[in-house]
Ligand binder design. Structure first.
Ligand SMILES: *[C@@H]1O[C@H](CO)[C@@H](O)[C@H](O)[C@H]1NC(C)=O
Ligand SMILES: *[C@@H]1O[C@H](CO)[C@@H](O)[C@H](O)[C@H]1NC(C)=O
Length: 375
């Protein structure tokens, strides 16, 4: 029998291949400043909440819209008057899809947010404008005649790193998030893996141009949705797999409380559908591997270093869209093992539209036809 420690043994080579990066990483992470942290002590790794209705093979029923013309349509906004569906794309363009044209879906290049823009959150303003959380440019307003204006790109002297989610209340106040002041969108995974609270929830008052930091220390602050009674808003923290409520009016103003915890995936945008449900894009499903990484900061530090040499594949599968009642009860989940980075969900009529960080199209599923065979 061959000596397994002999250098020509395939087992030895394999061991070497695995051990060298680990030893090297351990050495480097101690000298490197990548200080991945533990999740808060009260963060739960228990079984995720159970969803009464789970459609877990939605790709078979999904229809693609604007394929090849809509790269990375991250968030969606619908204008019921003009019947245009707006989305922000990877190349900085806001594009709109005509939903009136009976299944034809004409796609129009509408406006580019800036030379280096990357529009994420999009929402209709009260005056026919579009309000945009642009990852690189800040909080923007685009007038109906396509004039782009930067509303704000810093607060309390700290520049936004990844302006991300946005919604507008009926009094015109704009609520928005900066996912991280530390990192930019092109390396946002570093912020997620570092798992330290670099995010902020803010408001912008268009009548005074005043920006207020409502909450700091958020773990990758992402989507925002104002509640239909205008008393509170729901904001999502991707890293902690949860969305919380923050009161914007009334006697509880300024208070934050839990809304939905222990989601089956990592939340991105959230939108209210006008019919009693919020829809939360789950950009990636929860997996055992992600749990292990989030439990042990040292593994994330090692991953950080190893990733500099070889790109470690990070599972983004089992993405989906979760419908939640006004009081934070899960109602229905539409997901698929092969769905990757679905970032938003918007219900229009009987259809659930969803965006994506990387795909070249918007998708939709007909909710009246979701009798999808379960496995
Ligand atoms: C807010 O900013 C806009 C654009 O810079 C400006 O035209 C407007 O006068 C400002 N409003 C107030 C109240 O300062
Ligand atoms: C939420 O409110 C609690 C007090 O109830 C406070 O301790 C905490 O800092 C608040 N969360 C954030 C993110 O500010």
């Amino acid at each position: 029998m061959a000596d397994p420690t002999h250098s020509s043994s395939p087992i030895f080579k394999l061991l070497l291949l695995l051990i060298i990066p680990v030893i090297y990483s351990t050495y480097v992470y101690q000298t490197d400043n990548y200080n991945a942290g533990p999740l808060p002590e009260d963060h739960s790794f228990e079984t995720s909440i159970s969803v009464p209705e789970w459609h877990d093979r939605i790709l078979a029923k999904a229809q693609r819209i604007g394929e090849g013309l809509l790269h990375g349509p991250e968030d969606l906004a619908y204008d019921p008057k003009s019947r245009f569906l707006y989305t922000g794309c990877l190349d900085g363009w806001i594009r709109r899809v005509d939903l009136a044209g009976d299944g034809e879906f004409k796609v129009e290049n509408w406006v580019q947010t800036g030379e280096h823009g990357r529009p994420l959150g999009v929402v209709l303003g009260l005056d026919g404008s579009l309000i945009i959380a642009d990852a690189y440019e800040g909080l923007l307003k685009v007038s109906p005649d396509k004039e782009v204006e930067v509303l704000v790109d810093e607060a309390k002297g700290v520049k936004f790193g990844i302006t991300d989610g946005v919604d507008v209340a009926s009094d015109g106040t704009i609520y928005f998030t900066d996912a991280s002041y530390k990192y930019r969108l092109d390396n946002h995974m570093l912020d997620i893996l570092e798992a330290r609270p670099h995010g902020r929830l803010m408001s912008f008052d268009p009548s005074s141009n005043e920006t207020i930091v409502l909450l700091g220390d958020l773990y990758f602050a992402n989507g925002v949705a104002v509640s239909p009674d205008q008393k509170s808003l729901i904001y999502c923290e991707t890293v902690l797999r949860r969305c919380r409520r923050y009161y914007i009016q009334g006697e509880n103003k300024g208070i934050n409380e839990s809304f939905i915890d222990n989601l089956p995936g990592y939340p991105d945008n959230i939108r209210y559908d006008g019919e009693g449900h919020y829809w939360i894009g789950l950009s990636a499903g929860r997996t055992m591997l992600w749990d292990i990484f989030f439990k042990y900061p040292i593994l994330r530090r090692i991953l950080y270093v190893v990733d500099k040499f070889v790109t470690v594949p990070k599972s983004m599968k089992n993405s989906g869209v979760l419908g939640v009642s006004l009081d934070g009860q899960p109602v229905a989940l539409y997901s698929d093992p092969n769905l990757i980075l679905a970032t938003s969900g918007l219900k229009i009529g009987n259809y659930l539209y969803y965006g994506s960080l990387y795909k070249s199209y918007i998708s939709r599923i007909d909710l009246t036809q979701t009798k999808i065979p379960e496995k």
